[in-house]
Design a protein around this ligand. Sequence first.
Ligand code: NAD
Length: 482
Amino acid sequence: MYPHQPEGSHFVEGAYRDDREGTPFQSCFPADGRVIARLHVATPAILDHAIHSAQNAQAIWRTTSLSERQQVLRRVAEILRDRNDELARLETFDTGKPISETLVSDPASAAECFEYYSALSPTALQGSTEQTDTGTIKVLKEPLGVCVGIGAWNYPIQIAGWKAAPALLCGNAMIFKPSETTPLSALKLAEIIAEAGAPAGLFNVVQGDGKVGQWLVEHPGVAKVSLTGSVATGKKIHAAATAQLKHVSLELGGKSPLIVFDDADLEAAVEGAAAGNFYSSGQICSNCTRIYVQRSAFDRFLELFIARAESMKMGDPLDPETEIGPLVSEHHAESVRTYIELGLSEGATCVSGGPNSVSMAADGTYVRPTIFTDVREAMRIAREEIFGPVACVMMFDTEEEVIGRANATELGLAAGIYTGDNGRAERVAHQLQAGICWINTYNEYPIAMPFGGYKQSGLGRENGLLVLDHYTQTKSILTQSR
Ligand code: NAD
């Protein structure tokens, strides 16, 4: 028996299920490669069961009062908090992220999301009524039906929670497919949603790779797809879903800029840059991997940034002191290492970390925080998402120049500004082509704040009130007054 073996590979209609006909796959602890669970890819029988039970559950749930739905969501938040430590440990085993992070960030963020939607005023979903000369117009916000959530591997339970909570609040059912790299914590969320009193089948979890995802996207019984993943996958899912005119939300990759003006609190800016490049070993979509520092502050910023990077304790993710854990897999570590070597061959200067700081296999998949200078925007390390602890630090002179350089990318997930001048911060934020702008902070995600990208970083938003529009459709009813 493996240490984190679930009772079954899937959670469908209120119980763990398995079908040994499905292709076997495993989850490994990235710190040492140890197998922690063995599972099976969902077969058509499991997937059909997931669709039918979700349809049946949604028929009950859509007529359940909003306050009863909110009670279930509140209970989910409570159970997530009660089981926080156990869930954090599981997430650390599945992803390799340090326990110092997962204890405060992963199940906690999912709990915060369920709590936020459980506490929303009913007016958020109430619609409106208007008397006109023609008659009474009632505008209702109705659920879409069965929604599919597809997750990336970097924040598995948070991603599942950010999709499930608003979808369920709006009266939908959800079938969630976690990344095949990190299949375990979504099963726990399904168990918790069932325990909280949701009808069996309301939130089903099925396992598998992109083929299972594609099967779900193309199924006629699915009304909406919400993906968190790469731009390449987003384009495929968008094409498949819109071919059937389904609703789609896409939370994709980024190559976000951080702009540090010379009047900024440099220590705070360094903290923001470290959090936005090295937390979760850099495996965060909204990271500020292009750091622009104004000329007169450049040397001091770089000195502090290198010192901060080199002070970070790398090691066993289960050690509470560890700040840098392994990357999620050997395959991914290889990709990050290739980018570091590419940066050197493109002529950038590595001032901390580097390719020799990468270890693989028996040593785990560790990469030291790596910092490049002498970077030009044409270089691939400055244009492409690396999704590891690799930062490019560049110099700028004027506000106008840096805005142009920051926006010169096909991506537009996030941006950060550090300055002591509030007027300038606002002015620059308004000109940045990014879905999220942080001023004098970085990578903070209160659930009330809509999250999502401009340009190829995505479509639609998660969180806040705005997401309710992405899980509902509008019905207008006109009753003639005569
Ligand atoms: P990925 O695109 O390889 O996979 C994401 C998910 O899509 C997986 O569950 C995968 O099985 C599934 N999938 C793959 N092909 C599919 C297809 N044709 N049809 C349906 N499903 C398919 O991404 P990843 O490597 O798991 O995650 C890393 C990426 O996710 C990075 O680009 C990162 O920026 C992005 N990400 C974005 C956000 C955000 O909120 N914007 C958050 C986290 C991660």
